[in-house]
Ligand binder design. Structure first.
Ligand SMILES: Nc1ncnc2c1ncn2[C@@H]1O[C@H](COP(=O)(O)OP(=O)(O)OP(=O)(O)O)[C@@H](O)[C@H]1O
Ligand SMILES: [Mg+2]
Length: 372
């Protein structure tokens, strides 16, 4: 159906609705048309209708930016409507420009932003609806004694997430830093394909103290240590968070869990100590029924450890992460090059990766205080 509010510059309206040669210019004076090539804006009325007046039974969940509702549009498609807490009082124009930058990003492993609503003080984002919950729920929710997430599914989630992030970091100009990579921001479809959500939001909604004061930028446990000292995040900090995410997916443990014994509270430190004591198999999520080969496990652990290197410049780029995850002989070839003992090359590179300093930021009073 042709919608006058949504006209791409190179998309002609159907026959009978043409306005001559420069129909886009003409249209933009007649109708409110986006000049940036993207943008479907929804009226408040439309979103109220789709969510049954933002009814409680349509609430999917609530995060740091506001409440998310499930909506059913007139064309029978489901959407997720994020009703933003707008106490930053962002001007409509500024909001639109920044939202459009996010909206133009398309990738099969990124949740698609369909449009937005900016009426009066209301600020809402409308996303494609991803219908199988988020990764946090599947890893830490009540799924019974056996997780449906097999090793293969988990590796597929890691790889798909890496592809989405690589696109944000390396496929766009200007690049997009996610700033809040974590399991609740990885949504899943029925085939367990991962879709990264909320990219660009930290920038859009700001981290300044005028915005939701209880919220730190990023989420405790996933934030790179350099944030504690500089307060700055860049794409290398996303790589760090991604490393934590890999560990979480392999172990089924939270990045920081105060319910565990003291040596196990911090996931990175516990995992390093397990690997250092040659017990890599011991880190596997006990809810995973089939165990991976030791080679596959070590490959994934090594990538995770490289990603959380305390020295941000030593962390791999996301594109390199994909390469390492997909290369069958990683890290074997690397070890052969450095002349390690041929029988157990993987163990050597893994052991080396545990030897870098405290990468967790866990002992940092600054970070811990900020997170409270
Ligand atoms: N596009 C979507 N489709 C389906 N469910 C979604 C969608 N976007 C968000 N959700 C769900 O809505 C809930 C709230 O999400 P929200 O992003 O607000 O919180 P969060 O991810 O826990 O924290 P944060 O605000 O830090 O991102 C989560 O359960 C999330 O899985
Ligand atoms: Mg989220």
């Amino acid at each position: 159906m042709w919608d006058p509010r949504f006209v791409m510059p190179n998309q002609a309206p159907p026959e009978g609705k043409r306005f001559g040669k420069s129909n886009v210019d003409l249209l933009s004076t007649r109708f409110p048309v986006s000049h940036l090539g993207w943008g479907h804006w929804y009226t408040l009325r439309e979103l109220e209708d789709s969510t049954n007046e933002f009814a409680d039974e349509n609430v999917i969940g609530e995060g740091g930016y506001g409440i998310v509702y499930r909506g059913l549009l007139k064309d029978n498609s489901y959407v997720a409507v994020k009703n933003l807490l707008n106490n930053r009082g962002q001007a409509e124009r500024e909001f639109k420009v920044e939202v459009e930058a996010i909206g133009r990003v398309r990738h099969k492993n990124l949740v698609r932003l369909l449009g937005y609503c900016a009426e009066g003080a209301h600020r809402m984002l409308v996303y494609e609806y991803v219908d199988n919950g988020n990764l946090e729920q599947w890893l830490h929710g009540d799924v019974g004694p056996h997780s449906p997430l097999t090793w293969e599914i988990r590796m597929n989630i890691i790889l798909g997430t890496a592809k989405g992030l690589t696109y944000l970091h390396e496929g766009l100009e200007p690049k997009v830093v996610h700033r809040d990579v974590k399991s609740s921001n990885i949504l899943l479809d029925r085939q367990w394909n991962p879709k990264v959500s909320d990219f660009g939001l930290a920038k859009l909604l700001g981290s300044d103290s005028s915005y939701v004061t209880t919220r730190v930028m990023g989420t405790f446990g996933y934030v790179a240590p350099e944030y504690a000292s500089t307060g700055m995040l860049n794409e290398r900090s996303d790589v760090y968070s991604f490393g934590i995410l890999i560990m979480e997916i392999i172990t089924g443990r939270n990045p920081v869990d105060y319910n565990r014994p003291s040596g196990e509270v911090n996931l990175v430190e516990w995992l390093k100590s397990m690997v250092a004591s040659r017990n890599a198999e011991g880190v596997l999520d006990p809810k995973m029924t089939e165990k991976p080969s030791s080679r596959a496990l070590k490959r994934a652990l090594l990538v995770a450890l490289k990603c959380v290197d305390p020295d941000s410049h030593k962390r791999p780029k996301m594109g390199h992460v994909i390469h390492m995850l997909e290369a069958d002989d990683f890290p074997f070839r690397e070890d052969r090059r450095t002349g390690r003992e041929p029988g157990r090359p993987h163990r050597d590179s893994l052991m080396r990766a545990t030897e870098s300093g405290d990468s967790s930021g866990y002992d940092s009073g600054t970070l811990a205080n900020r997170a409270r």
